[in-house]
Design a protein around this ligand. Structure first.
Ligand code: 5RP
Length: 243
Protein backbone atom coordinates (compact mmCIF):
# COMPACT_ATOMS: atom_id res chain seq x y z
CA UNK A 1 0.00 0.00 0.00
CA UNK A 2 1.38 3.40 -0.99
CA UNK A 3 1.18 6.27 1.47
CA UNK A 4 0.28 9.85 0.69
CA UNK A 5 2.28 13.06 1.07
CA UNK A 6 4.28 13.39 -2.14
CA UNK A 7 4.50 17.15 -2.34
CA UNK A 8 7.43 19.11 -3.71
CA UNK A 9 7.93 20.58 -0.25
CA UNK A 10 8.43 17.08 1.20
CA UNK A 11 10.85 16.26 -1.62
CA UNK A 12 12.76 19.46 -0.98
CA UNK A 13 13.16 18.66 2.71
CA UNK A 14 14.48 15.18 1.94
CA UNK A 15 16.87 16.39 -0.75
CA UNK A 16 18.26 19.26 1.28
CA UNK A 17 18.76 17.06 4.33
CA UNK A 18 20.74 14.51 2.32
CA UNK A 19 22.89 17.29 0.86
CA UNK A 20 23.98 18.13 4.42
CA UNK A 21 25.92 14.84 4.43
CA UNK A 22 28.28 16.14 1.75
CA UNK A 23 31.68 17.07 3.18
CA UNK A 24 34.61 19.02 1.81
CA UNK A 25 36.60 16.95 -0.68
CA UNK A 26 33.79 14.44 -1.31
CA UNK A 27 33.10 12.74 -4.62
CA UNK A 28 29.30 12.57 -4.76
CA UNK A 29 27.01 10.49 -6.95
CA UNK A 30 24.21 12.70 -8.24
CA UNK A 31 21.01 10.72 -8.78
CA UNK A 32 18.13 11.53 -11.08
CA UNK A 33 14.63 12.87 -10.53
CA UNK A 34 12.72 15.67 -8.88
CA UNK A 35 13.70 14.78 -5.29
CA UNK A 36 17.41 14.45 -6.00
CA UNK A 37 17.23 17.70 -7.94
CA UNK A 38 16.68 19.46 -4.59
CA UNK A 39 19.84 17.83 -3.23
CA UNK A 40 21.80 18.87 -6.33
CA UNK A 41 20.63 22.47 -5.96
CA UNK A 42 21.59 22.48 -2.26
CA UNK A 43 25.04 21.06 -3.08
CA UNK A 44 25.38 23.76 -5.73
CA UNK A 45 24.66 26.40 -3.10
CA UNK A 46 27.27 24.89 -0.79
CA UNK A 47 29.79 24.93 -3.65
CA UNK A 48 29.03 28.59 -4.16
CA UNK A 49 29.86 29.08 -0.48
CA UNK A 50 33.24 27.38 -0.82
CA UNK A 51 32.60 23.64 -0.44
CA UNK A 52 34.93 21.63 -2.68
CA UNK A 53 33.26 18.58 -4.18
CA UNK A 54 33.14 16.69 -7.43
CA UNK A 55 29.88 15.22 -8.68
CA UNK A 56 29.25 12.14 -10.81
CA UNK A 57 25.92 12.57 -12.63
CA UNK A 58 23.75 9.54 -13.30
CA UNK A 59 21.87 10.98 -16.27
CA UNK A 60 21.86 13.76 -18.83
CA UNK A 61 19.24 15.47 -16.66
CA UNK A 62 21.34 15.46 -13.48
CA UNK A 63 24.44 16.45 -15.45
CA UNK A 64 22.66 19.51 -16.87
CA UNK A 65 21.36 20.58 -13.47
CA UNK A 66 24.76 20.08 -11.81
CA UNK A 67 26.42 22.22 -14.47
CA UNK A 68 23.73 24.87 -14.06
CA UNK A 69 24.30 25.13 -10.30
CA UNK A 70 28.10 25.05 -10.59
CA UNK A 71 29.06 21.60 -9.30
CA UNK A 72 32.39 20.47 -10.81
CA UNK A 73 31.89 17.11 -12.50
CA UNK A 74 33.94 13.97 -12.85
CA UNK A 75 33.25 10.39 -13.94
CA UNK A 76 33.44 6.96 -12.35
CA UNK A 77 36.53 5.99 -14.34
CA UNK A 78 38.40 9.10 -13.18
CA UNK A 79 38.08 8.55 -9.42
CA UNK A 80 39.33 5.89 -7.02
CA UNK A 81 36.23 6.04 -4.83
CA UNK A 82 32.82 7.65 -4.44
CA UNK A 83 32.15 8.90 -0.91
CA UNK A 84 28.40 9.30 -1.08
CA UNK A 85 25.58 8.78 -3.57
CA UNK A 86 22.23 10.52 -3.21
CA UNK A 87 19.34 9.21 -5.27
CA UNK A 88 15.56 9.05 -5.44
CA UNK A 89 13.31 6.03 -5.86
CA UNK A 90 9.86 5.08 -7.12
CA UNK A 91 9.17 2.64 -4.28
CA UNK A 92 10.97 2.21 -0.96
CA UNK A 93 10.16 -0.67 1.39
CA UNK A 94 9.40 0.71 4.82
CA UNK A 95 7.73 -1.70 7.22
CA UNK A 96 8.01 0.55 10.26
CA UNK A 97 4.96 2.11 11.87
CA UNK A 98 6.28 5.66 11.65
CA UNK A 99 7.79 5.60 15.13
CA UNK A 100 10.38 2.93 14.35
CA UNK A 101 12.93 4.75 12.21
CA UNK A 102 15.39 2.00 11.42
CA UNK A 103 16.04 0.01 8.28
CA UNK A 104 15.14 -3.55 9.20
CA UNK A 105 17.09 -5.27 6.45
CA UNK A 106 17.00 -8.74 8.06
CA UNK A 107 13.79 -10.16 6.69
CA UNK A 108 11.55 -7.16 6.14
CA UNK A 109 13.63 -5.87 3.24
CA UNK A 110 13.47 -2.29 4.48
CA UNK A 111 15.26 0.03 2.09
CA UNK A 112 14.80 -2.20 -0.95
CA UNK A 113 13.88 -0.07 -3.94
CA UNK A 114 12.33 0.08 -7.35
CA UNK A 115 14.01 2.71 -9.48
CA UNK A 116 13.94 3.67 -13.13
CA UNK A 117 10.90 5.92 -13.33
CA UNK A 118 13.22 8.37 -15.07
CA UNK A 119 14.78 5.61 -17.23
CA UNK A 120 18.17 6.26 -15.60
CA UNK A 121 18.49 3.20 -13.36
CA UNK A 122 21.46 1.63 -15.19
CA UNK A 123 23.84 4.50 -14.48
CA UNK A 124 22.18 5.09 -11.12
CA UNK A 125 22.92 1.51 -10.06
CA UNK A 126 26.48 1.79 -11.28
CA UNK A 127 27.17 4.97 -9.31
CA UNK A 128 25.08 4.05 -6.24
CA UNK A 129 26.79 0.65 -5.98
CA UNK A 130 30.24 2.24 -6.23
CA UNK A 131 29.55 4.63 -3.36
CA UNK A 132 30.79 4.05 0.19
CA UNK A 133 27.41 5.29 1.37
CA UNK A 134 24.14 5.26 -0.54
CA UNK A 135 21.39 7.54 0.68
CA UNK A 136 17.85 7.49 -0.71
CA UNK A 137 15.68 10.59 -0.75
CA UNK A 138 11.92 10.19 -0.93
CA UNK A 139 8.56 11.51 0.12
CA UNK A 140 5.95 9.41 1.96
CA UNK A 141 4.09 8.52 -1.25
CA UNK A 142 7.07 6.30 -2.18
CA UNK A 143 6.89 4.16 0.96
CA UNK A 144 5.43 0.67 0.58
CA UNK A 145 5.16 -2.40 2.79
CA UNK A 146 6.22 -4.56 -0.13
CA UNK A 147 7.57 -3.78 -3.61
CA UNK A 148 4.88 -4.27 -6.21
CA UNK A 149 6.27 -2.95 -9.46
CA UNK A 150 6.20 -2.23 -12.27
CA UNK A 151 9.90 -3.00 -12.50
CA UNK A 152 11.64 -1.05 -15.30
CA UNK A 153 14.08 -2.97 -17.48
CA UNK A 154 16.55 -1.21 -19.75
CA UNK A 155 16.84 -3.43 -22.83
CA UNK A 156 18.85 -3.16 -26.01
CA UNK A 157 16.47 -2.14 -28.83
CA UNK A 158 16.74 -5.39 -30.83
CA UNK A 159 15.90 -7.40 -27.74
CA UNK A 160 12.64 -5.80 -26.64
CA UNK A 161 10.32 -8.48 -28.07
CA UNK A 162 12.37 -11.45 -26.88
CA UNK A 163 12.74 -9.91 -23.43
CA UNK A 164 8.96 -9.31 -23.37
CA UNK A 165 8.48 -13.05 -24.14
CA UNK A 166 10.88 -13.96 -21.32
CA UNK A 167 8.92 -11.76 -18.91
CA UNK A 168 5.73 -13.61 -19.92
CA UNK A 169 7.46 -16.90 -19.12
CA UNK A 170 8.29 -15.52 -15.67
CA UNK A 171 4.57 -14.84 -15.17
CA UNK A 172 4.80 -11.09 -15.77
CA UNK A 173 3.44 -8.57 -18.19
CA UNK A 174 5.50 -5.92 -19.92
CA UNK A 175 4.84 -2.63 -21.68
CA UNK A 176 7.28 -0.76 -23.87
CA UNK A 177 7.58 2.69 -22.28
CA UNK A 178 6.30 5.39 -24.64
CA UNK A 179 7.72 8.90 -24.84
CA UNK A 180 5.38 11.49 -23.35
CA UNK A 181 5.90 14.38 -25.72
CA UNK A 182 6.50 12.66 -29.06
CA UNK A 183 5.58 9.51 -30.92
CA UNK A 184 7.76 6.49 -30.27
CA UNK A 185 9.40 4.87 -27.28
CA UNK A 186 11.46 6.39 -24.48
CA UNK A 187 15.14 6.12 -25.40
CA UNK A 188 17.58 6.01 -22.47
CA UNK A 189 20.82 7.99 -22.19
CA UNK A 190 22.52 4.78 -23.34
CA UNK A 191 20.42 4.52 -26.51
CA UNK A 192 18.25 1.68 -25.21
CA UNK A 193 14.54 1.09 -24.56
CA UNK A 194 12.57 0.54 -21.35
CA UNK A 195 10.12 -2.25 -20.62
CA UNK A 196 7.94 -1.73 -17.55
CA UNK A 197 7.24 -5.17 -16.11
CA UNK A 198 4.42 -6.05 -13.72
CA UNK A 199 4.50 -9.17 -11.59
CA UNK A 200 2.06 -8.17 -8.84
CA UNK A 201 3.42 -7.86 -5.29
CA UNK A 202 7.01 -9.14 -5.22
CA UNK A 203 7.36 -12.11 -2.85
CA UNK A 204 11.10 -12.46 -3.35
CA UNK A 205 12.70 -9.37 -4.96
CA UNK A 206 16.21 -10.81 -4.71
CA UNK A 207 15.28 -13.93 -6.67
CA UNK A 208 13.42 -11.89 -9.27
CA UNK A 209 16.41 -9.57 -9.55
CA UNK A 210 18.76 -12.42 -10.41
CA UNK A 211 16.27 -13.90 -12.90
CA UNK A 212 15.83 -10.55 -14.66
CA UNK A 213 19.59 -9.99 -14.76
CA UNK A 214 20.08 -13.32 -16.53
CA UNK A 215 17.76 -12.56 -19.48
CA UNK A 216 19.84 -11.90 -22.62
CA UNK A 217 19.22 -8.37 -23.86
CA UNK A 218 18.50 -6.92 -20.41
CA UNK A 219 21.05 -4.21 -19.70
CA UNK A 220 19.81 -3.50 -16.16
CA UNK A 221 16.69 -3.86 -14.04
CA UNK A 222 15.31 -1.35 -11.57
CA UNK A 223 15.37 -3.56 -8.46
CA UNK A 224 17.86 -2.30 -5.86
CA UNK A 225 17.96 -4.99 -3.19
CA UNK A 226 19.97 -4.65 0.02
CA UNK A 227 21.88 -1.58 -1.14
CA UNK A 228 20.43 1.35 0.84
CA UNK A 229 22.44 2.68 3.78
CA UNK A 230 19.95 5.35 4.83
CA UNK A 231 16.68 6.86 3.68
CA UNK A 232 15.59 10.46 4.19
CA UNK A 233 11.84 10.77 3.97
CA UNK A 234 10.61 14.34 3.70
CA UNK A 235 7.23 15.06 5.25
CA UNK A 236 5.08 18.18 5.49
CA UNK A 237 6.77 19.13 8.76
CA UNK A 238 10.27 17.68 8.70
CA UNK A 239 12.44 14.76 7.67
CA UNK A 240 12.33 11.20 8.96
CA UNK A 241 15.67 9.43 8.86
CA UNK A 242 15.92 5.64 8.47
CA UNK A 243 19.38 4.21 9.11
C1 5RP B 1 15.12 7.72 -12.15
C2 5RP B 1 14.72 7.31 -10.81
C3 5RP B 1 14.23 8.38 -9.88
O1 5RP B 1 15.11 8.48 -8.82
C4 5RP B 1 12.84 8.02 -9.42
O2 5RP B 1 12.00 7.92 -10.54
C5 5RP B 1 12.29 9.07 -8.44
O3 5RP B 1 12.04 10.28 -9.08
P1 5RP B 1 11.34 11.49 -8.34
O4 5RP B 1 12.26 11.94 -7.26
O5 5RP B 1 11.13 12.52 -9.42
O6 5RP B 1 10.02 11.01 -7.80
O7 5RP B 1 14.79 6.17 -10.42
O8 5RP B 1 15.47 6.62 -12.95
Amino acid sequence: MKRTGGTDEAKRRAGERAAEEVEDGFVVGLGTGSTTAHAIRAIGEAVENGLEVRGIPTSFQSRQLALEVGIPLTSLDAVSSVDLAIDGADQVVDTGDGTEQVLDRSDAGDGDLIKGGGAAHTREKLVDAAADRFVVVADPSKLVDRLEGPVPLEVIPDAHTVVADAICELGGDSTLRAAECKDGPVVTDNGNLVLDCSFGPLEDPERLASRLASIPGVVEHGLFVGRTDAAYVGTESGVEVRE
